[in-house]
Design a protein around this ligand. Sequence first.
Ligand code: ATP
Ligand code: MG
Length: 389
Amino acid sequence: MKKKEYSVPIQVGILGGGQLAQMLCLAAHGMGIRPFVLGHKTSDCASHVTKDFFIDNGSDDEVRKFFNLVDVVTIENEFIDLKRFERILGQEFADKLLPGVDTLKLVQSKLDQKNFLKKNKISTLEFTEIHKLSDIDEAYETFKGNIVFKKARLGYDGRGTYIFSGHKDQSRFSEFKLNLPANIENFGYAEKLAPFQKEIALITTRSTKGETKTYPIVETYQDGGMCQWAMSPPKIKKSAFKIAQSMAEKIMLNLGAVGTFGIEMFVMKTGDIVINEIAPRVHNSGHLTMNGALTSQFEQHLRAIVGWPLGEAVLVQPTAMVNIIGKKDTQTYGASQIRVATVEKNTWIHWYGKSGDALGRKLGHINSVASTAESALKVAQRQRQKILI
Ligand code: ATP
Ligand code: MG
């Protein structure tokens, strides 16, 4: 683990230029940290919020130049090409990157995540590895068609996750098989379709000093694999927090993780909690901390990687977040402009200023606070209706 002490100003590099990088930059400026971004195109939304915006044009020199400018480097997206950075930078890459190379190597594969959870006796849904076509049929039989296939690599927002619920999806299942490539040796795994009661996530942070703090449970709701809303604290048994927290913190410790992570979980009908997946970065379910908590997940991440004491991970008030996802009927506006008809009280709009098409993309989010998480969610959803995109 890095032992380096920094004198202010600290220069933090972020690999990737999307909305998570944008919100990390905004938090960094406010803390006296200078954010540098290595994005992909000039229109990346993080380019609006830092003048130190660089484009990864594929050249080794650009990467070397970027790493030379900063004290520490972090990510907004876990799917970075580790081999390429290792080749270009050698030891400097491992010395500057947080979360560390080993943590990312493991978490980049959902299958490795499952094997890690199993090995560490951290509860997760039973799974079976998929390496050949006959594994697919066998798993389908075992789980009686109520089954989820997950690609080991590069899945996000439901892409790479194939959900089938029994008989009614039989023809979709046949189609899924037909579309598979001949070689599926590195496909991933299958697990049962979980009849969960709720989906929750824990936003947890571990610093270079080993200090760990976890925010209260966030309930999340996904549709089509994409997070629609989140709220905290949800209606859930009091004992759930301690159980979920100890699972999340065990994961952080055993991964040697540094930074803010989103740990996604299912609460089963029995009340049992199982881990779904680990996101080694600031997470959509933690966006509500920007207005609902004493320390935002973005500030917490930066504190963790530069070795400052963590802020308290407490909610000031019950809070909710609704994603602004572009809808079909308002496609003509594109993703760059927002049109707001009414602004509700106790509501904050966070707009990413993306360019291009709006349809099906996360364009921003709304946070709201109220006396209960449920009422905050209602207000945030009402605000969503008043945004014409
Ligand atoms: P993310 O957008 O969080 O990166 P992802 O695309 O990597 O997600 P998962 O989180 O594995 O994929 O799955 C997406 C969603 O699909 C989950 O949030 C959940 O709603 C549903 N899902 C995944 N696995 C299961 C399961 N075994 N049983 C029931 N639903 C599931
Ligand atoms: Mg997920």
